[in-house]
Design a protein around this ligand. Structure first.
Ligand code: PGA
Ligand code: ZN
Length: 400
């Protein structure tokens, strides 16, 4: 019933106005799935390769589509994803593009769910899933590679850890985002937004910490549950080989100082989450920091692990981090992403399912988070391509 009968690929817009890949998968019995690839700006060195959309589409039409149509069942995700790997023939999807691969992989999953008559999270996760919901991490202030002339740290993330429901958590994050704007306004700081919809004021990191602390406290008092905050430091972007350290404007911190700085921030601001605090090649420094603060905060590897089982294995051996960011397009298929989640969970790591800075209205990651019982999802706070996922989570919670 779920034999793939057609795969259509096209160029569509992403939230930055760039071209990305959209895939439609049709099945024998009339099943249909459509998905779009997201795209990073602060991409990890070890990610699967995103090709220009037209190139990825042309190559996938030639190499992958013939191996799918009439050959594989959309309901068998492993088979679909194995066919994508076989069609590509490299270990980083540099032939058909990770953007084509992930769009097809996710579209096939949706077609499989459609035929089965199941919500996507249940098709992916099984019948016992759908009762636990991730805490959304909401990007409220940001800079780095996502906005010019703003904070050095890439993301300041609201974390409504005490929220009684996804719905309340989503609204709390939006309220923190709004409160940050009010505080900036009071201080006379003008600002626009970065790629993920976070405020991107021209302030230093110290001011951003003050503002976040105030905003989560104010909103927390208002809603009556605990809201904390966390960071994505995008350490690989801060790290400069030639300086042999982490560059914050005029100031450079060497690795030891960076570890010390982050550990102090965790304690001073009671941070619940610190993503990529160190360079993507420095497992050892990740391990040192995890040793120091891993009992009281999530140390999460994004560019460090790139959703890659082998890199996660190294991390587990070395005690680097205690959490992994999961972005399906970093590795190219849903099966590979779920493999990373399973290895993480077996080893006591928390998985955080994540969007990219370049996004679309695709909602697959909301379902993946519920399907894998993820404790956290990182998918922004406001903006249509972000609210697409947040509103989908609310719908899943309401069984709608
Ligand atoms: P990216 O940023 O999508 O630009 O890579 C998001 C992140 O670093 O988590
Ligand atoms: Zn990151």
């Amino acid at each position: 019933m779920t034999l793939v009968t057609d795969v259509a690929l096209r160029r569509v817009l992403d939230s930055r106005g760039n071209a990305t890949v959209e895939a439609d998968v049709h099945t024998e019995s009339g099943g249909f799935g459509r998905a779009k690839a997201p795209s990073g700006a602060s991409t990890g060195e070890y990610e699967a390769i995103e090709l220009p959309a037209s190139e990825a589409i042309a190559s996938a039409r030639e190499e992958a589509v013939p191996r799918l149509v009439g050959e594989v069942y959309a309901g068998d995700q492993r088979e679909v994803d194995a066919a994508l790997h076989a069609a590509d023939g490299t270990d980083d999807f540099s032939q058909i593009g990770a953007n084509s691969a992930v769009a097809i992989s996710m579209a096939a999953a949706k077609a499989g769910a459609d035929v089965a008559g199941l919500p996507l999270f249940q098709h992916l996760g099984g019948t016992f899933r759908g009762n636990t919901f991730p805490t959304p991490l909401g990007n409220a202030i940001g800079g780095g590679e996502h906005a010019a002339d703003a904070t050095d740290i890439q993301e300041f993330l609201a974390a409504p850890v005490g929220a009684p429901s996804v719905e309340e958590a989503v609204f709390a994050n939006a309220a923190v985002h709004g409160e940050v704007a009010d505080i900036l306004d009071d201080r006379g700081v003008p600002c626009g937004k970065g790629d993920e919809g976070a405020w991107a004021p021209s302030i230093d990191d110290a001011a951003a910490f003050e503002i976040m602390a105030e905003a989560v406290e104010t909103v927390g008092d208002d809603v009556g549950f605990e809201i904390r905050f966390g960071l994505d430091m995008a350490g690989a972007e801060l790290y400069d080989d030639e300086e042999d350290g982490y560059v914050y404007g005029e100031r450079v911190r060497d690795t030891e100082e960076q570890i010390e700085y982050v550990a102090d921030l965790v304690d001073e601001y009671d941070l619940v989450y610190v993503e990529d605090p160190l360079d993507e090649n420095d497992y050892e420094a990740f391990a040192d920091l995890t040793d120091r603060v891993g009992d009281r905060t999530l140390v999460c590897g994004d560019d460090l692990f790139v959703t890659n089982v082998e890199r996660l294995e190294t991390g587990i051996e070395e005690g680097a981090a205690n959490s992994i960011l999961v972005k399906p397009n970093q590795i190219g298929t849903l099966s590979d992403a779920v493999d990373a989640v399973e290895l993480a969970v077996e080893n006591g790591y928390d998985q955080v399912i994540s969007h990219r800075s370049g996004e679309t209205e695709d909602t697959t990651i909301a379902h993946l988070a519920v399907a894998t019982d993820a404790p956290y999802i990182k998918t922004g706070a406001v903006g249509g391509e972000r609210t697409a996922k947040l509103n989908e989570l609310i719908r899943i919670e309401h069984n709608a």
